[in-house]
Design a protein around this ligand. Structure first.
Ligand SMILES: *Cc1c(COP(=O)(O)O)cnc(C)c1O
Length: 417
């Protein structure tokens, strides 16, 4: 995160001391840099240059209204996977005609909402979904714009839980059936075939599988043209990885420049669906050390953030940098397992980390801007943390910390006898 730097013995984000954010808003607390989000978006948007394109931010990566607002102001489109995300995008000032709707399980109610809002495209993931969309659109007297999400059967070479483009995944329509599905879609009167897409996985570090998937999609587009089906857009998906530890993450500008060169001269608009690559490096989770605990052979730093706030390490054994916020104070350095207070042994933020800390110190868990707050839960009846956006040196609370009462506000005790 280039907007994070140590200044006079303490970490600052866009010039704002993290310790001051902790003082004002408490911990645990998610903190995002507006400048970092904007810079990441521009890497895509400017990287594609003059190519007709729309960068559709994958809302599920980090969906706070302020983050969507920042991106909407830059002209972003949005890739959504639920009616809830559509509502968020519209509430944040996003344009419906820049929304594409992905996901294998769209309900009739979600389809209706999206049709009424006038979204840009439904990314249809199965033949039965085509039938359902046809009937929902017919009932509303509308035509639904559709693209088929193709499963190109390429190995994204990422974690199996976040690989989505291989035969046997639940995602997309198998490459071999795509042409037939398009011919069928083209015959349905309330569908309008407008595009083709794919998305092969997440945290992808090598671009070769992305290139391979694109070639398969382009081949199909050529075959479809021969069948008389012309497309308005080609959606290359998202999934580009970021550096958490020592990974060589793809250079976004270089990737986009290659895309632009490969697709130059085509008539179709090019869509991208990045999530992590836009929000991931732009956010961190601020937490305080509650206890240092010594076991026979192990030292634990027990912090006030848990797997309820940041699930990725527990879910994927993912590695996040963990750094002290105050870098000046004299502390003895030791190796700690940094753990949370939740009653699960998987509630670990990092194993065996060399840290110079004392109880009461602040730690920043970095690269937590994507799939952090978005995957948080209330497990152990923990109120979700607040979210703070740093915007040119000012800290704005963009989501208040939940209260314990809010956690059971929708619950009811038994009726009185
Ligand atoms: C999750 C998802 C994305 C974004 O993935 P990232 O790895 O965050 O870039 C894009 N498109 C679809 C269909 C998704 O499900």
């Amino acid at each position: 995160m280039t907007f994070l730097e140590p200044v006079e013995g303490e970490l600052r984000l866009e010039g704002m001391p993290l310790a001051e954010i902790a003082r004002r808003f408490g911990t645990p607390c998610y903190v995002y840099s507006r400048a970092a989000i904007e810079a990441a978006f521009r890497d895509f948007d400017e990287g594609l240059g003059a190519l007709d394109h729309l960068v559709c931010y994958a809302v599920k990566a980090s969906s706070n209204l302020a983050i969507l607002d920042v991106l909407a102001r830059l002209g972003a489109g949005f890739d959504i996977v639920s009616g809830g995300e559509l509502a968020r995008v519209l509430a944040a000032g996003g344009r419906a005609d820049r929304v594409i709707f992905s996901g294998v399980g769209k309900t009739e109610a979600e389809m209706r909402l999206a049709l009424e809002a006038g979204i840009k495209c439904f990314n249809v993931e199965s033949e039965p979904e085509l039938e359902r969309l046809e009937s929902v659109a017919a009932a509303l007297g509308r035509r639904a714009p559709v693209a088929l999400r193709i499963n190109p059967d390429v190995d994204a070479r990422t974690h199996p839980y976040i690989s989505t483009g291989m035969a046997g995944n639940k995602f997309g329509i198998p490459h071999a059936r795509a042409r037939g599905a398009y011919q069928h879609a083209a015959r349905l009167p309330h569908l309008e075939v407008v595009g083709i897409g794919c998305h092969i996985g997440s945290q992808i570090l090598e671009t070769a599988p992305l290139d391979e998937a694109l070639e398969r999609v382009l081949e199909l587009a050529t075959a479809l043209a021969a069948d008389g089906i012309s497309l308005r857009h080609i959606d290359v998906g998202g999934g580009l990885g970021i550096r958490y530890r020592d990974e060589e993450a793809p250079d976004i500008r270089a990737y986009c420049a290659r895309l632009a060169a490969r697709l130059a001269g085509r008539r179709e608009q090019v869509l991208l669906e990045p999530g992590r690559a836009i929000a991931g490096a732009a956010g961190l989770l601020l937490t305080r050390v509650e206890y240092l605990k010594l076991d026979k052979a192990k030292r634990f730093a027990v912090v006030d953030a848990s797997m309820s706030e940041l699930l990725r390490p527990a879910l994927y054994e993912s590695w996040h940098p963990i750094v002290p916020v105050g870098t000046g104070a004299a502390r003895e350095s030791a190796r700690y397992d940094v753990v949370g207070p939740v009653c699960e042994s998987s509630d670990v933020h990092g194993l065996d980390r060399e840290l110079a800390v004392a109880p009461g110190d602040l730690l920043a868990i970095l690269a937590a801007g994507a799939y952090g707050m978005a995957m948080s839960s209330n497990y152990n009846s923990r109120p979700r943390p607040c979210e703070v956006l740093v915007d040119r040196g000012a800290a704005l609370e963009v989501r208040a910390r939940e209260t314990p009462e809010s956690l059971f506000a929708l619950e009811r005790r038994l009726p009185t006898r």
